[in-house]
Design a protein. Structure first.
Length: 428
């Protein structure tokens, strides 16, 4: 046990012994926050149609209001990175969880698009903040464990999203949006109150030298270490070109995730004459495949390494969307959705994790900002392209960017590596 002093001179007790039990409890606490984030966000998403009707907003006005979430998240991420370095990842995670839980109750009480956008900006601030803070906490724990378990945290987010969407579907006909989202706020606050003490009492120790040739990569793009080189500790705050490259790869993958969320069901309904239930199930199938892919992500990273996992996932994702966009039948499109979910599953966790290992919370913030930029960019771009051409043609842009992510990850896999030391014979 160590005493860690705060700026006010007071000390707080944290567990920093690095024992398996301590790290296991910390991992469980961080996993809960990932699941809570997905649960709350999905609960909000399923009530968007009802809130659109309540505010009497047009499609374009609602679209502008919804940009509040993305705008708040992106603007906040860099600031939260600094707060994490100043106050610590764990306290910032808890504070942002409280903000997200409180803000989710506000949208049903708005009766105009502009006021809805304003409260969604607040929600976006909390949402962006908790994503940077909890990903930074997860990166610290990954380094402490010496195993690439980052995908398991994002699997928890996917599971929370499925549970939140499922609960929303069950209560939609029985509870108004006000009661439903108020219930989510209470659940969020209770879970945060129950989990925060564990989070604050445990912190990951400094990154140890791995006992195996762990494929966490040195300070290079996504390259595996050579010669048993230990993974470097985070540079904490030093943003390099490699971090930006990782953010671009994350952007390309999240572009596809945003496209699936906003346009996947419409593609099945409009282009393949699927029923409303089947069209909704299409996205659920994609989310389930992504969760399964993330649950197997640690094994893939350990056995294949980050380069093969990311590059292979990118091209599998590109193939899945190509199948879905050009499918002549509904069942083949659903197969494409599944393939895409499996492919895209581990790209974002692997790239964000590497960015955090290289540059600490600032790296997570930079890569996350670029990554969430893909979520912001994808839906409107595809909408414009669908008006100009057709929705299947617009969805092909997802395949193009996924393939681009694979090419970028492969061609920059050695970026940032220190040059090999020269031998005496070479220098003679």
């Amino acid at each position: 046990m160590n005493k860690v002093g705060s700026r006010s001179g007071r000390a707080r007790t944290v567990v920093a012994d690095g024992s398996p039990g301590s790290l296991l409890r910390l991992r469980a606490a961080i996993t809960v926050f990932f699941a809570l984030d997905g649960f709350v966000f999905a609960g909000w998403v399923v009530r968007i149609p009802a809130i659109k009707e309540q505010t009497h907003a047009s499609a374009s006005a609602l679209g502008l209001a919804l940009l509040g979430v993305s705008a708040g998240a992106i603007v906040t991420m860099a600031l939260v990175g600094r707060a994490c370095r100043h106050f610590g990842n764990h306290p910032v995670t808890a504070v942002c969880a409280v903000l997200v839980s409180l803000a989710i109750a506000l949208p049903p009480h708005m009766h105009a698009a502009w006021s809805l956008g304003a409260v969604l900006l607040v929600f976006g601030i909390g949402y962006g903040g908790i994503n940077v803070a909890m990903n930074s906490a997860a990166v610290d724990l990954v380094n402490a464990l010496g195993r690439p378990v980052m995908p398991s945290f994002h699997a928890a987010f996917s599971l929370g999203g499925m549970l939140g969407a499922g609960l929303g579907g069950l209560v939609a006909s029985h509870l108004s949006p006000s009661w439903h989202l108020a219930m989510l706020a209470v659940i969020g606050l209770l879970v945060t109150a129950a989990t925060t003490p564990t989070l604050l009492r445990h912190r990951a120790p400094g990154t140890p030298a791995p006992s195996r040739p762990a494929k966490l990569a040195p300070e290079a793009g996504l390259a595996e270490p050579s010669g048993g080189t230990a993974a470097k500790a985070p540079a904490h705050g030093k943003i390099t070109g490699v971090v930006v490259i990782l953010g671009v790869v994350a952007l390309c993958s999240s572009y596809g995730e945003g496209a699936m969320a906003d346009w996947g069901a419409l593609h099945l309904d409009q282009d393949l004459d699927a029923s409303a239930g089947t069209a909704s199930a299409g996205y659920s199938l994609f989310a389930l495949a992504m969760m399964i892919g993330r649950l197997s992500g640690t094994t893939l990273l350990e056995r294949l390494g980050p380069t093969t996992t990311v590059v292979g996932g990118a091209f599998v994702s590109a193939a899945g969307m190509l199948i879905s966009a050009l499918a002549p039948t509904l069942w083949l499109a659903l197969v494409g959705f599944t393939v895409m979910g499996l492919g895209v599953a581990n790209i974002f966790p692997a790239t964000i994790g590497r960015a955090g290992t290289i540059a600490g919370p600032s790296g997570v913030a930079t890569a996350s900002t670029l990554g969430y930029g893909g979520l912001l960019l994808g839906p409107p771009v595809i909408g414009f392209m669908a008006d100009w051409f057709s929705l299947p043609t617009a969805l092909l842009s997802v395949s193009v960017l996924a393939a681009l992510a694979g090419v970028v990850a492969w061609t920059t896999r050695r970026a940032g590596e220190a040059p090999a030391p020269q031998t005496a014979a070479e220098t003679a």
